[in-house]
Structures are given as C-alpha cells and as structure tokens.
Design a binder for this molecule. Structure first.
Ligand code: HEC
Ligand code: HEC
Ligand code: HEC
Ligand code: HEC
Length: 303
C-alpha cells in the first residue's frame, strides 16, 4: 500500500470515529432535556435510528465478514418505523403540518424516510437491481445511505434548535462522517451532487420569498385559542409574556399579530410559540416546579 493510500485510510477511520463520538454527544445532550412521558419513546427510537444507520457505514459487508451491516440496517428501519408511528399516530396534530407550510425540520425528516426506502428498495428489489445493473445499484444504495444520514442529522439538529451544543455536535458529527465517506467512496461526484441538491433544496424552501409564499397557508389557518388559559398561568408577570404591553405594540391578541408576521421560518407562529411556551414548561420541570406540556402536542392542541 502506498504512503498516500495508507494516510487516506487513517484519515477515514479517524474521521469516522470522531463522527460517531460527536453524534453520540449531540444525542446525549438532547436526550438530557426534560420532555413529556410519551415522548421518551419517540425520541429514543429516533436517536437509535440515527446511530444504527451511522454504524452501518462502519460495518461494510465483505466476504467472510459477519452480516452485521444487514442486521444493523434492519434494526435502524425498525427504530425509524417506531419513531414515525409514535409521532404521527399518537400526535394527530402532526398532520396539520403536511401543507406547503411544513416546517423545514419535518421536510428533512421526510427526506430521510424516503432515502431509507431507496436504500432498501435498490437492495431488495430484483427488478430494480436488474434494470440498474449491480454496480449502479450499489452506488445508488450507498449514495442514498449518505443522504439518509445527512437528512436525519439535519432533522434532529434543527429540532434541537436553541440547544446549540446539541445542534453543533450533531452537525460536526455529520461533517466527520461525510469526510469519511468522501475518502472511501468511489462515486464521489454522485455523492457530492446529491448532497448539494438536498442542501440547496432545503435552503431554497427556507429562505426569502419562497418561505413567505409557503407560509401563506399557515397565516390563513384559523387560530385555536382554546389551548392557552390565563388561569393556568396566574402568578406570572403580565409583561413577562405580553411584550406588546411594554413595547407599545398595543393590546392586540398575540396570536392574530404573530400570524400576520409569520413570513419566514424564524418568525412563523408555531415555531416561535412552541419555543416560547415549551421552554418555560421545560425549565419548570427541570427545577421540579409545576409545569405545562413540553413536547406533547395533545397537551396544548385539541382540547
Ligand atoms: C404565560 C404568558 C402570559 C401571561 C403571564 C399573561 N398573558 Fe395575557 N395572553 C397570553 C396569551 C398567549 C394570550 C393569547 C391567548 C389566546 O388568545 O388564546 C393572551 C391574551 C390576553 C388578552 C386577550 C387579548 C385579546 O384581544 O384576545 C388580554 C387582555 C391579556 N392576555 C391580558 C393579560 C394580563 C392583564 C396579564 C397579567 C395579569 C396577562 N395577560 C398575563 C399570555 C400571557
Ligand atoms: C402587534 C404585534 C404583536 C403582538 C400583539 C405580540 N407580538 Fe410577540 N413579537 C412581535 C414582533 C414584531 C416580534 C419580533 C419578531 C422578530 O424577532 O423578528 C415579536 C417577538 C416575540 C417573541 C420572540 C422574542 C425573542 O426574544 O425572540 C415571542 C416569544 C413573542 N413575541 C411572544 C408574544 C406573546 C406571548 C404575545 C402576547 C402575550 C405577543 N408576542 C404579542 C409582534 C407582536
Ligand atoms: C413563564 C412560564 C410559562 C410560559 C411562558 C407558559 N407557561 Fe404554560 N404553564 C406554566 C406553569 C408554571 C404551568 C403549571 C400550572 C399549574 O399546574 O398550576 C403551566 C401549565 C400549562 C398548561 C397545563 C394546564 C393543565 O391543566 O395541566 C397548558 C396547556 C399551558 N401551560 C399552555 C401554555 C401555552 C400554550 C403557552 C404559550 C402561549 C404557555 N403555557 C406559556 C408556565 C408557563
Ligand atoms: C406548550 C404548548 C404547545 C405544545 C406542546 C405544542 N404546541 Fe403547537 N402551538 C402552540 C401555540 C400556542 C401555537 C400558536 C397558536 C396558533 O397558531 O393557533 C401553536 C401552533 C401550532 C401550529 C400552527 C397552527 C395554526 O395553523 O395556527 C401547528 C401545526 C402546531 N402548533 C403543531 C404542533 C405539533 C405537531 C406539536 C407536537 C409536536 C405541537 N404543536 C405542540 C402550542 C403548543
């Protein structure tokens, strides 16, 4: 083996290891945050799906090796199906997001799910494999595998949002795994183009006038006021929530005004109010006080 090849191999394995450690760190920080009882299962299954998928990169199938790649792949699929079932079947409000105004983090999650289907189909379907031929099938299988990793990591990093350490560790972990991939992969161009298209599409949906157009359906949807009661929130200073009393934006209802300013991914009413309401409930739970719903959609919606 030439010196250069050996050096590259070392770089790949160190980057891969750093990637796994960094992803684990991000997930631990995230799982450390309090949540509602039912969400533990959904979160753990999602985290397991990401780690199992990442592990398949290191357990590449080879003649004479145990079939770990395949076993981890199926386990990742089981975890992913569990995660999707938990979040969509038990949290019916989720389906309200399936409109043009779907949040970017959910778009990334859906891309991860579709990429998993491609990974699986190209491997299991005889018809597709015969059409593509063995080399192209393998290349599609691997490229879709990296896309799956990237979409899943971005999905979780965006959801962790303000927990910067978790988001940074997840994105760093993804970057390390992609370095590992670029060093090892033979179809680099295909990989780079696929990931570039994915990131480009996400940015296009999230920014500027496209975001404003997409969010029109959110601005037009009726407000459900039932979910917030002042009687649950006595003992708090009015101005702690009503910045509108302080900054003289008047006594207009928070929700009608915030609907109107939902023109970008950072000012959209659901994202802002989820952060605002849940962060306080999460802090209260952390210090052992009485608290409201944190991640459980049903706790605030549909009552
Ligand atoms: C925990 C945050 C919070 C605190 C504390 C709070 N509010 Fe509110 N307030 C809200 C939210 C959220 C709404 C909108 C609820 C809705 O319409 O469903 C609201 C709505 C209102 C409205 C109705 C506006 C309208 O036209 O519908 C008034 C008036 C109001 N609050 C006054 C007060 C006063 C006075 C206090 C202090 C005694 C107070 N609020 C404390 C969050 C809070
Ligand atoms: C008249 C319009 C208006 C009303 C009424 C209003 N807001 Fe806002 N709110 C804004 C604007 C504008 C911003 C700044 C948005 C930005 O960051 O670009 C903002 C920001 C916020 C933020 C983010 C603050 C931060 O530090 O990032 C929260 C949370 C918030 N509003 C909650 C509320 C709540 C709760 C109510 C009612 C109790 C309310 N708002 C009433 C217009 C309004
Ligand atoms: C500043 C802190 C704070 C903010 C902001 C806040 N809450 Fe709460 N919330 C609480 C606390 C404390 C309780 C627990 C009250 C109790 O059990 O007596 C609670 C309880 C609740 C409950 C549960 C009531 C029940 O019967 O179990 C709901 C629902 C709720 N909050 C919704 C909201 C919504 C919606 C928002 C945002 C518009 C919000 N909260 C913002 C502190 C907050
Ligand atoms: C702590 C309370 C709380 C929790 C928990 C919560 N939400 Fe919300 N949600 C709100 C508030 C407040 C708004 C803003 C009010 C509005 O848009 O009517 C909102 C807005 C939304 C909207 C936009 C509705 C619209 O058309 O205006 C969607 C969709 C939504 N939430 C989905 C969810 C999902 C899915 C979950 C669970 C993963 C969830 N929410 C958990 C309080 C909560």
């Amino acid at each position: 083996m030439s010196l250069r090849a050996r050096w590259l191999q070392m770089l790949a394995s160190q980057a891969g290891r750093a990637g796994l450690v960094s992803l684990t760190l991000g997930l631990v920080v995230l799982l450390w945050q309090p949540t509602d009882a039912g969400w533990w299962a959904a979160r753990l299954l999602g985290a397991a799906a990401l780690m199992l998928t990442a592990s398949t990169l290191f357990l590449r199938p080879a003649p004479g090796r145990r079939p770990l790649h395949r076993i981890f792949g199926w386990a990742a699929l089981a975890a992913l199906v569990g995660h999707v079932t938990m979040t969509t079947a038990f949290q019916p409000v989720f389906w309200r997001w399936l409109s043009p105004a779907v949040p970017i983090e959910i778009v990334a999650g859906i891309v991860a799910l579709l990429a998993f289907l491609v990974v699986l189909l190209v491997q299991r379907s005889r018809v597709i494999r015969r059409r593509l031929g063995p080399f192209a099938s393998l290349s599609v299988h691997r490229t879709a595998g990296y896309l799956l990793m990237a979409a899943a990591a971005i999905h979780i990093a965006l959801i962790s949002g303000m927990i910067m350490l978790a988001a940074a560790a997840l994105l760093a972990g993804l970057a390390f795994l992609l370095i590992e991939g670029l060093v090892r992969e033979r179809h680099i161009l295909r990989l780079v183009i696929t990931l570039g298209l994915f990131v480009g599409a996400i940015a296009w949906l999230a920014m500027g006038s496209m975001a404003e157009t997409r969010l029109a359906s959110l601005r037009q949807a009726p407000i459900d006021h039932a979910r917030f009661l002042h009687t649950d929130h006595t003992g708090l200073a009015c101005a702690g929530c009503h910045h509108n009393f302080v900054d003289r934006t008047g006594s207009e209802n928070c929700l009608t005004c915030h609907k109107r300013i939902s023109v970008s991914e950072t000012t959209r009413i659901d994202g802002m109010f989820h952060a605002f309401c849940s962060d306080c409930h999460r802090r209260d739970k952390q210090v052992g006080r009485k608290f409201g719903p944190i991640d459980d959609c049903n706790g605030c919606h549909g009552r």
